[in-house]
Structures are given as structure tokens and as C-alpha cells.
Design a protein around this ligand. Structure first.
Ligand SMILES: C[C@@](CO)(OP(=O)(O)O)[C@H](O)COP(=O)(O)OP(=O)(O)OC[C@H]1O[C@@H](n2ccc(N)nc2=O)[C@H](O)[C@@H]1O
Ligand SMILES: Nc1ncnc2c1ncn2[C@@H]1O[C@H](COP(=O)(O)OP(=O)(O)O)[C@@H](O)[C@H]1O
Length: 280
């Protein structure tokens, strides 16, 4: 029987996120700081010789052909004319559509892992380029280092922010990324600054005000969290995070969270846990 290999598919946070403009194709130009977390999903992959991509436990709300795991695997097959296949099982821990990048991370883990298992020999740069077809956040997960990102998130500059402890909470609400980016009151003209300047100013998220105004669940949770630690929105939400100095402090704060809110405690990682496990 073929061997099964296990790969982490970590979460990310946007430690800051500024919107600096809008492109002709409607996408927004960003300046954002990505850091990985030591918490995430896990993929178990069994390479096969039959050329089929099989998801062993499909997501209830996502048809297989839309699942980023399936799409990433078939895209890699097409790009490399690979005749091999894979059976893939997903342990889903990350909230979906929460701004912690679970789907993008799953896609990146599939690209990096299958490139190794199928021995298709693409560089991480090439895999990141393919990943961008699947989503703006896929390249950062493929490259695997914390980064200051520009463009729609694909122009990456290495960065090493402090690896703090975080309490990440998911208010009980679904937020559409497209809806936030289409909102007329979204600030879209934060001045473009250098990485050094962005790092040296207080960190913020340009989507936060709109999201707080529109979703009382997010407003209430951030108002509660900020009493204890600096706290912000990640991505376009709905997740919010508080940054603290120690695991103890994080666990104490997490233990007090409102009962109807899910979440987790994690430590920031400047090297993705996927890359830590594959390229130690
Ligand atoms: C803004 C970020 C920051 O990490 O938010 P989160 O998704 O993580 O919350 C991401 O870059 C999001 O990337 P991704 O999640 O791939 O976005 P997509 O599904 O491609 O975009 C959904 C919709 O949002 C709008 N959109 C998205 C990204 C962007 N830079 N400008 C946009 O205007 C577009 O209308 C697009 O159709
Ligand atoms: N493997 C996957 N895991 C999570 N979401 C997926 C996956 N494949 C497709 N999706 C779709 O992508 C959307 C965004 O997912 P996700 O990356 O978790 O959000 P975010 O970038 O906001 O953290 C989900 O709402 C879901 O419809």
C-alpha cells in the first residue's frame, strides 16, 4: 500500500493592512504584513499512479471542483503534465472565510507537498506564481516567510516581526471579502510608505472601521479584547486577534472569552510551519 504523508497548513494574520489604491481590474492595492501561526489545518496526502485527485473528506459547503485543495492539485498536474494522482484528507481546524487564510494555506500546502511527492521539480518562485492564479494570499503561504506584501499580496519583502503570542477569536458572523472591498466608505488612499515606515508607525487595518460599523459582533468582541491587549482585525475579518507577550497570558485571556465565540491560542512564526517541517 502507498505511503501517506502529513503536512501542516498554517493560519496567517495580517498584522497590519493598508489599502493604497484600486487597480483598473477592480482589485485593491495593499501594503500588509503577513505572519504565520503555529496553529492550522493538516493535510494527509497519499500519492497514487492513477492520475485522479480524490478528496477523502470533502467540505460540506464547498463543491469539490471549487475546493482550493482540488483546484491546486489539478492546476499543478496541468502545469507540469504530471500523470500521477493523490488521495487527500483534510483536518480542518481553521474557521473558513475568517481572514486567517485557511483555504489559501490549503492550496499552498498542496502545491508545495505534491511538487515534492510527484517530483515535479518546480521552484518555490514558480509554485508561488501558479498559486496566484488560485488567490492573492496563496503566494505568501508557498514562499513560507513572514513578509511585507504589496500589490494584491504577491510582491513580497522578507520581514521579521516579533513572534508574539496571539488570542484569535472568530465572532459568530460571516463576512464577504468582496462586500468589504466594494463598500463605498472603505478608505482606499492610504499613502504608499516604505516597509520601515509602516513598521515604525502604530499598526492598523484599513478594513476595521467598516467591519466594526457593519457587524456588531465584531465591534463587541474588539471592544472587549482591547481592554486586555492591543487587538485588531485580520484581513477583511471576521477574526480578530489580541497580541500578548507570553503563552500564559494568552491562555488566561482565552479562558475568559465569551462562550458563543470560537477561537484559538497561537504563537507567531516567521517561518511557516510547513517550511519548518519540509526544509528544516
Ligand atoms: C485582503 C485579504 C488579506 O489577506 O483578506 P482575507 O481574505 O485574508 O480576509 C486577502 O488578500 C484577500 O485575498 P483573497 O481571499 O484571495 O481574495 P479573493 O477571494 O481573491 O477576492 C474576493 C473579492 O475581494 C475583492 N478584492 C480582493 C483582494 C484585493 N486585494 N482587492 C479586492 O478588491 C475583489 O472584489 C475580489 O473579487
Ligand atoms: N480547502 C478550503 N478551505 C477553506 N475554504 C475553502 C477551501 N476551498 C475553497 N474554499 C472557499 O474559500 C473561502 C475563503 O476561505 P478562507 O481562505 O478560509 O478565507 P480567508 O481568506 O478569509 O481566511 C471559503 O469561504 C470557501 O468557500
Amino acid at each position: 500500500m502507498a505511503d501517506t504523508f502529513h503536512f501542516p497548513s498554517p493560519a496567517k494574520l495580517n498584522l497590519f493592512l493598508y489599502i493604497t489604491g484600486k487597480r483598473a481590474d477592480g482589485y485593491h492595492e495593499l501594503q500588509t504584513l503577513f505572519q504565520f501561526l503555529d496553529f492550522g489545518d493538516e493535510l494527509a496526502i497519499t500519492p497514487t499512479q492513477d492520475g485522479k485527485i480524490t478528496l477523502l473528506n470533502p467540505l460540506a459547503d464547498v463543491p469539490t471542483e471549487h475546493n482550493l485543495i482540488y483546484r491546486a492539485a489539478t492546476l499543478l498536474q496541468q502545469q507540469t503534465a504530471c500523470k500521477q494522482g493523490a488521495n487527500i484528507a483534510l483536518t480542518k481546524r481553521l474557521p473558513m472565510g475568517g481572514g486567517v487564510g485557511g483555504g489559501s494555506s490549503n492550496a499552498a500546502t498542496v502545491l508545495v507537498a505534491l511538487n515534492q511527492l510527484w517530483q515535479t521539480g518546480l521552484s518555490l518562485e514558480k509554485l508561488a506564481e501558479i498559486g496566484l492564479i488560485l488567490g492573492a494570499d496563496v503566494p505568501i503561504f508557498v514562499r513560507g516567510f513572514a513578509a511585507f506584501a504589496e500589490g494584491v499580496g504577491e510582491k513580497l519583502s522578507l520581514c521579521s516581526p516579533p513572534e508574539k503570542w496571539y488570542v484569535v477569536l472568530k465572532p459568530n458572523v460571516a463576512i464577504s471579502t468582496a462586500r468589504i472591498f466594494n463598500h463605498p466608505d472603505l478608505p482606499r488612499n492610504t499613502p504608499v510608505r516604505s516597509m520601515a515606515e509602516c513598521l515604525s508607525q502604530p499598526w492598523a487595518n484599513d478594513c476595521e472601521k467598516i467591519v466594526r460599523d457593519q457587524y456588531s459582533e465584531v465591534e463587541e468582541l474588539l471592544a472587549w479584547l482591547v481592554q486586555y491587549a492591543p487587538s485588531r482585525l485580520t484581513g477583511t475579518g471576521a477574526c480578530v486577534f489580541a497580541e500578548v507577550e507570553s503563552e500564559d497570558e494568552a491562555r488566561r485571556l482565552f479562558a475568559q472569552k465569551p462562550r458563543n465565540v470560537e477561537g484559538f491560542v497561537a504563537k507567531g512564526q516567521n517561518i511557516s510551519p510547513l517550511h519548518q517541517s519540509l526544509f528544516p
